[in-house]
Design a protein around this ligand. Structure first.
Ligand code: NDP
Length: 347
């Protein structure tokens, strides 16, 4: 059968923004002669994520993800349906997901790398399995719970950067549900600010491209900042940390403002910020969702229930077609998405 796939066409270099031309769409022939243990899957939707930027480098700089190879299929989070199966655990018509789904319209995969999913978990909204009821939801929920030290009734203020993105939009809502009296989001457009306040229940939102962040933070956080969910790093985070209270907590989730630069992860802080962290006894521990997979099942149940009951609202930016994978990835890296960036491949 003829299938379409996306391969890595070129690398942006360690210092440089990715461009759609770094990816190439190809037609290829897939021979669906399955061996024992294999399944033929049809791709329904795919995820693009910031961590993929390091997979575009020859060396990812981290041991938990491998670089993509030139002219080979790119892969990441995906959801699909089993078309035919020679694997006892995957039945035809079943919905399956994987973190290593090839960017391909159909693929032959080993059944052992696929997780079966019950579509009822997301009321049939299967793309949520890549976002709010998947990796990004887990990152938000477990990040807040493991590193945030949010306590009901403690009158805490939370700030979230990258607040209108996939993780940030869920993290802020958990901050509120878990007891913060004030949750302030920082993001890159007025439209995103409106969504945070009107749709997701944030107390306030700051557009870092238009507004003076230190001044607006002071206005919106009159009692200082107790919890900071950091998705972006760089100057925004330095500004937030400068206004944090004594014995407060940074959830070091990601540092996307630094991903197009040749710096280690996490990127080094200035001596001044180090001194602030020391003087105020602020914790800033690195959070890695992959280290908490033993808690994933229970957390996914909670995410599913919260989403179904409407306690957590989900925002998505959906584009159609495998030919748009590269555009969607580059757009997400520049802030083109509100909520989780999803690419719909087939119905
Ligand atoms: P998002 O949906 O948040 O998309 C990325 C967003 O980052 C963009 O929409 C953009 O929004 C913002 N952004 C891009 N460049 C900059 C910049 N220079 N300064 C400030 N904001 C910027 O992606 P995810 O929710 O998937 O990921 C968010 C963060 O969480 C990332 O840092 C990622 O690496 C991290 N992460 C960490 C995990 C872990 O285990 N620790 C697991 C998963 C994700 P805007 O318009 O606001 O600029």
């Amino acid at each position: 059968m003829q299938v379409q796939r996306v391969v890595l066409n070129s690398r942006p270099g360690k210092n440089g923004a990715p461009v759609p031309e770094n990816f190439r769409l190809e037609e290829t022939t897939l021979v669906p002669d399955l061996k024992d243990g294999e399944v033929l899957v049809r791709t329904l939707c795919l995820s693009v994520d910031p961590y993929m930027r390091c997979r575009m480098n020859e060396d990812t700089g981290v041991d938990y993800v491998a670089p993509w190879q030139l002219s080979e299929s790119v892969d990441g989070g995906g959801v699909g349906v089993v078309e035919s199966s020679r694997c006892s655990t995957c039945s035809e018509g079943g919905v399956v997901t994987s973190f290593n789904w090839p960017w391909q319209t159909y693929a032959v995969m080993k059944g052992s790398v696929l997780q079966k999913v019950n579509p009822q978990l997301v009321d049939g909204h299967l793309s949520y399995l890549l976002g709010a009821v998947g990796m990004t939801g887990l990152t938000a929920l477990l990040g807040v719970r493991e590193k945030g030290n949010v306590i009901q009734g403690a009158n805490q203020t939370m700030v979230v950067s990258g607040a209108a993105g996939a993780c940030g939009s869920i993290a802020g809502q958990f901050g509120r549900l878990d007891g913060c009296v004030r949750v302030v989001g920082i993001c890159g457009s007025d439209e995103k600010c409106r969504a945070l306040v009107d749709d997701l229940g944030f107390s306030a939102a700051i557009n870092y491209r238009q507004e003076d962040v230190p001044t607006r933070l002071k206005e919106h956080c009159p009692d200082g900042i107790d919890v900071y969910f950091d998705n972006v790093g760089g100057a925004i985070s330095d500004t937030v940390i400068a206004q944090m209270n004594k014995d407060s907590h940074v959830i070091l989730c990601g540092q996307i403002s630094q991903y197009n630069k040749d710096v280690p992860y996490p990127p080094p802080l200035s001596e001044e910020i180090h001194e602030t962290l020391r003087r105020k006894n602020i914790t800033r521990e690195r959070f890695m969702v992959l280290n908490y997979m033993h808690k994933a099942e229970a957390a996914l149940c909670e995410l599913s229930q919260r989403v179904k009951s409407g306690q957590i609202n989900v925002l998505e930016t959906v584009v159609n077609g495998i030919e748009n994978m590269g555009d969607a990835f580059c757009s997400m890296m520049k802030g083109g998405n509100i909520g989780k960036q999803i690419i719909k491949i087939s119905e």
